[in-house]
Design a protein. Structure first.
Length: 173
């Protein structure tokens, strides 16, 4: 990619006499082609860490079906937490406890809030069978009012591979 600004003008210089392309047009074409190629090469650069549910691999049996008996199971103590009444602008957090009730290590690939005001923090290391883990959810009520319900989607090697936890709060101005 670094050599494109050098290679493309030379290529155009060689073919321009064949098509009687003026020198200024030749330079413009070289710039247009170079930046067009560079622009498309960097198009998806911002999405390198983004994972979708399809990216999480599950163990399969000999028929290619998900082997449900050997999968991890993410069992939460509770999936909804209500903060009750909080003041506008207040930041509150809650840690959702879960246990891996399956037969394999539980690996959380990602956890994402339904908006920027809801930020989850999840374990990055595998959770062995029978062990517990916590997903801490921080809620920033700045700019919010009334009853707010937010969702956190947890992507893991479970079946289904997405699990949801929710928070609620009644924000007083």
């Amino acid at each position: 990619m670094i050599l494109l600004p050098i290679i493309i003008p030379k290529m155009l210089k060689q073919i321009s006499p064949l098509f009687k392309i003026p020198r200024l047009v030749n330079f413009g074409l070289a710039l247009w082609i170079t930046f067009g190629l560079l622009g498309t090469a960097c198009q998806n650069q911002g999405e390198t860490g983004k994972l979708d549910a399809e990216d999480v691999e599950l163990p399969v049996d000999s028929d290619g079906q998900a082997d449900q008996k050997s999968l991890p199971v993410m069992a939460f103590d509770k999936t909804i937490h209500d903060f009750g009444e909080i003041q506008a602008g207040e930041k509150v957090s809650y840690s959702f406890r879960f246990v891996n009730r399956g037969r394999r290590d539980l690996v959380i690939q990602n956890a994402s809030g339904s908006c920027g005001c809801t930020v989850p923090d999840f374990p990055k290391e595998p959770i062995p069978p029978g062990r517990e883990g916590f997903i801490r959810v921080l809620f920033n009520s700045e700019g919010k009012n009334g009853v707010q319900e937010k969702q956190v989607t947890v992507l893991a090697n479970t079946l289904p591979n997405t699990n949801e936890i929710r928070i609620k709060a009644s924000i007083i101005p």
